[in-house]
Design a protein around this ligand. Structure first.
Ligand code: PXP
Length: 250
């Protein structure tokens, strides 16, 4: 059984910092604390509008952390150039709309095939591990494989929202889609990650899918850290994931 890695997304530490300007709280300090508490990597999304993470955060994360950096980015020329300069361990291609509050839905890999193909190629050529953030629909997963992306990250937002809002039948359908999608992706040779909207409960549940090898979690962890502190929160999350992982072999 592959170990399930935890990537901590530090975007919202920067959101709080930017609410006042200045340097506090520092997302790089949060990244170091999360690593010391047992996470396996750090994720940060440099959005076109720089609403949270800024260019120098990315440069500092790359220079100062000793775990893999997963750079979330839109498939634009500007972001590709920053990725090529920064050389993070991984780049996760995400859709980006200026008006959205967060990344709503996955990439349309089928519809954007022509735009994505050269970006995947260019990043891969530089040795960056490319992942596509997509919904679990089979056509999207098959297109990710066709585009030559070695990794997909399944968008878990619709499943998590349906659960939180008590839409039970919908949550069941979304969960089935995720399970089937993880299986299909693994059968196509893709590495499977998952993320968006996860909390302790949903992370524990998804940890029971043997094909999933990495979860990227931000908003819940940073929010919960206000109450429990970041190291405790990361440790609780790690424990929830380990509990879920044990269920695979039961
Ligand atoms: N994975 C990807 C690709 C994302 O875009 C995000 C949100 O930035 C996350 C994971 C983390 O989602 P959340 O902040 O809801 O945990």
């Amino acid at each position: 059984m592959k170990r399930l890695r935890l990537g901590v997304n530090v975007d919202h530490v920067a959101t709080i910092r930017n609410a006042r300007g200045g340097r506090h709280p520092d997302p790089v300090r949060a990244a170091k604390l999360a690593i010391a508490a047992g996470c396996d990597g750090i994720t940060a999304h440099l959005r076109e509008d720089r609403r949270h993470i800024r260019d120098d955060d990315i440069a500092r994360l790359k220079a100062e952390i000793d775990k893999p950096l997963n750079f979330e980015m839109a498939a634009t020329r500007e972001m590709v150039d920053i990725a090529l300069k920064t050389r993070p361990h991984a780049a996760c291609l995400v859709p980006e709309k200026r008006t959205e509050r967060t990344t709503e839905g996955g990439l349309d890999a089928v519809g954007q095939r022509a735009q994505l193909a050269p970006v995947v190629r260019e990043l891969k050529h530089t040795g960056i591990r490319v992942s596509l953030f997509i919904g679990a629909a089979p056509a999207q997963i098959e297109m990710a494989a066709e585009l030559g992306a070695p990794v997909i990250e399944i968008h878990t937002g619709s499943w998590c929202d349906a659960l939180t809002e008590g839409r039970v039948a919908e949550a069941k359908t979304e969960w089935q889609l995720i399970q089937d999608g993880a299986q299909l992706a693994a059968s196509l040779g893709l590495e499977v990650h998952a993320g968006h909207g996860l909390d302790y409960g949903t992370a524990e549940t998804i940890a029971s899918l043997p094909q999933v090898v990495e979860l990227n979690i931000g908003h819940f962890l940073i929010g919960e850290a206000v109450f429990e502190g970041l190291p405790e929160t990361v440790k609780f999350m790690r424990a929830a994931m380990d509990r879920g992982r044990k269920k695979v072999s039961e």
